[in-house]
Ligand binder design. Structure first.
Ligand code: PEP
Length: 263
């Protein structure tokens, strides 16, 4: 049985394209998705968005403006400008009307040594400018096997949430629980396993700000497919999905968004 706060949280399904795509592939994917959504007009479907590689933000803006699918990036700098070769700022995202950015994806935490402090600074920079920080947290298989998964993930959440709360920006956040062992492996967390973690994340958030905690959307990510999405969405603290591989196929992504609509 969903409580009233859960009913107020509309589902959000975000495709993380990672470093995939190209101008013509993107056009085919986006027009396929928009076509499916148009054919389904009036039917129930979760709010959709795509997190594209930064060079394709302009293409996304041109292709998606005026449609129901949002767009954003997969990372951003916490700095505003200057000698940060290869990076881009929140203001640059705003130039392309991006609505959000992923921060703290486990691939960036691992490959670019991003700490919780760096992730928190990026989240604050985004929220401060009115963009949604989509903050990824998750545990490795070693941490899960050691029985420390909840503690470890809630520590990641607390770090970023406190930084946002200190600036009265916590309610802008969306968190994605992405167990590292489930990303790109075809092995999704079981719905009950994901719910257990989502409930722990919401408890952690409510220790900081109970009102914001009830409103914040918690997405699940890690090998989500159309076939598994409805069971995940049925969990009371799962408010959508962050989808990697399956977001590269328009029909699969659309079917996930339908399954995640909550109806
Ligand atoms: C991701 O990397 O954010 C992700 C969820 O990937 P996949 O769906 O491919 O596991």
């Amino acid at each position: 049985m969903l409580n009233s706060a859960a009913l107020q949280r509309s589902s959000w399904v975000v495709g993380n394209w990672k470093m995939n795509g190209g101008l013509s592939d993107n056009e085919a994917l986006l027009s396929g998705l928009l076509g499916l959504l148009e054919d389904h007009a009036g039917g129930s479907v979760a709010q959709c968005a795509v997190a594209v590689p930064a060079p394709y933000l302009f293409q996304s803006m041109v292709r998606l403006s005026g449609h129901s699918v949002g767009w954003g990036s997969q990372d951003v700098s916490a700095e505003t400008s200057g000698a940060f070769t290869g990076e881009f700022s929140v203001a640059m995202l705003q130039d392309f009307e991006a609505q959000f950015s992923i921060v703290g994806h486990s691939e960036r935490r691992a490959r670019h040594a991003e700490t919780d402090a760096v992730v928190a600074a990026k989240a604050v920079a985004l929220a401060d400018a009115g963009l949604v920080p989509l903050i990824c947290v998750g545990e490795s298989i070693q941490v899960r096997d050691s029985g420390q998964a909840v503690e470890s993930v809630c520590l990641q959440v607390r770090h970023v949430a406190q930084a946002l709360h200190a600036k009265a920006l916590l309610s802008h956040a969306v968190f994605a629980y992405e167990p590292i062992w489930a990303i790109g492996t075809g092995r999704s967390a079981a719905p009950e396993q994901a719910q257990e973690m989502h409930a722990a994340i919401r408890r952690t958030l409510s220790e900081i700000n109970a009102q914001a905690a009830a409103q914040i959307r918690l997405l699940y990510g890690g090998s989500v497919k159309a076939a598994t999405a409805a069971a995940l969405a049925a969990q009371p603290d799962i408010d959508g999905a962050l989808v990697g591989g399956a977001s590269l196929e328009a029909k699969e992504f659309f079917e996930i968004a339908c399954a995640m609509s909550g109806e």
